[in-house]
Ligand binder design. Structure first.
Ligand code: AMP
Length: 225
């Protein structure tokens, strides 16, 4: 199965992706996390991507597609995977479909009002090591400034500055409609009200995944992948 988490920055894709990963055993593949790691490691690809990321612009489709192809070819993705932050364009969606066709698919779009997104991104801290995400207002770490999971000092993402947030939301707004239409046409699309608490949103996400899995299980081919 392939679960695609669509939605603007700050809509909770990372947090929910981790919960789905734990509940269903599919790895979460976040292109943002992979790119940030490449930037920290100063790899050639990271150096190429860094300027675009700091401005809130999209990294080139070719770079991102190659990263995703390599990642989903790993053995832990054989049964399924959760994509967080990918695809961001119809070209990426088409390439994904070609690369890994025939999978049962669910594209969930997280819908949240812009004011809530701006609040969430402004209060966000992340762990640079395990990528855990905290919100200083509603989900702070137990010890201020340290990751609950690995104890590493939490950081703010460079692209969570107000002017970059505005650009990221604008970029999302431009690509959202064609991507939505792409998955609606394939009947794999569902919208989720992602403005509630973490537990409330997870209930909705879980119900969506379970219904697709059970429909796939009753198909004659048993729902490959
Ligand atoms: P995210 O962590 O998903 O918010 O991504 C952070 C940044 O990484 C984005 O603002 C882009 O610069 C870049 N990025 C992540 N995923 C993609 C993608 N699928 N296509 C292009 N750029 C991406």
């Amino acid at each position: 199965m392939r679960i695609i988490l669509l939605g603007p920055p700050g809509s909770g894709k990372g947090t929910q992706g981790d919960l789905v990963s734990r509940a269903f055993g599919f790895p979460r593949v976040s292109t943002g996390d992979i790119l940030r790691q490449a930037v920290r490691d100063r790899t050639p690809l990271g150096l190429q991507a860094e300027a675009m990321m700091n401005q809130g612009a999209l990294v080139s489709d070719d770079i991102v597609l190659e990263l995703v192809r390599q990642r989903i070819a790993q053995p832990d993705c054989r049964r399924g995977y959760i994509l967080d932050g990918f695809p961001r364009t119809v070209r990426q969606a088409e390439a994904l479909e070609k690369t890994d066709s025939g999978r049962v698919e669910l594209a969930l779009e997280f819908q949240v009002d812009a004011e809530v997104l701006i609040q969430r991104l402004g209060a966000r801290q992340v762990c640079p090591k395990c990528h855990a995400v905290y919100n200083l207002d509603i989900q702070p770490p137990r010890k201020p400034g340290s990751c609950d999971v690995c104890g590493v000092t939490l950081v703010r993402r460079k692209d969570d500055r107000p002017e970059v947030i505005a650009e990221r939301l604008a970029v999302y707004g431009r690509e959202a409609e064609p991507l939505r239409a792409f998955y609606v046409a394939r009947e794999s699309y569902a919208a989720i009200d992602a403005s509630g608490s973490m537990a409330e949103v997870f209930d909705l996400v879980k119900a969506g995944v379970e219904s697709v899995l059970s429909a796939a299980g009753s198909r004659p081919d048993g729902g490959r992948g």
